[in-house]
Design a protein around this ligand. Sequence first.
Ligand code: GLU
Length: 301
Amino acid sequence: MIQSTGPLHMVTRFAPSPTGRLHVGHAWSALLAMDMARARGGAFRLRIEDIDGTRSRAEHVAGIVEDLRWLGVGWDGDIVFQSARLDRYEAALRRLEGMGLLYPCFCTRADIMASATAPHGAEGPVYPGTCRGLAGEERTRRIAAGEAHAWRIDMARAAERAGPLTWDALPFPVADGARAQAVEARPVAAGDVVLARKDAPTSYHLSCTLDDAAMGVTHVLRGDDLRSATDIHRLIQALLDLPSPAYIHHPLLVGADGRRLAKRDGSIALADLRAQGVDPRQLADDLRQARFPIGISLGRA
Ligand code: GLU
């Protein structure tokens, strides 16, 4: 339950990946998360999810900061950069490995796509488990030979170890006094997801879960597209003895074509609205009232 007073100090966050400029959907999400905490005397944090060394760019970080400031979004404390926290992720990874829950995966994207039997989950094809059964000697030999590999979680084994799990969901829009519902976490549906990529000692799932805990985030507000990720994050929390925040998933904004907003729709980038002379206070006010620019609307949950 959301408390306006009491022992719980609410902490929310906005966690963009610096792979492009922010669009109206990001702006809406950031404003909602900021307002939610501020209305209750809590804190709002900013985290830059820049573990993707090839797609994350410093100029996008500067652009995101500029876009947020322009819109009137301010955050508490320092910005957290995931690229500065790789040693923490690595330590958690080794802990999970020590529990016997990880295995190296040498497959290429093409190998996985080519697997005819691969069912599709929310994040693309579910990994068919090709490398799960490799013998220990072969793993050691291929790693020693310098073959590129990711680390995947043996999901069935991890879920069995953790036992049945639920996460706390609050309905959107968030209202005072709203009661959290316990939602059953079903991480197994996602298959053996990657916890460390070939090019980084972590992945979105691992670093996001660790950082939400490290930053003391009590309420994660994010888009509906990440609902199945929440199942995975809940499992990682259980395995690593991390607290589990409450989750609020908001609908995604869609364009006139009914497709979710993406960075390809240049016209709704905040930088472009700014260049067009849009008044940021009016824009923020409109977004707060769920009044979106022409052609943009709330998608169905
Ligand atoms: N970096 C993620 C994104 O931009 C954030 C996901 C999250 O809020 O957990 O989609």
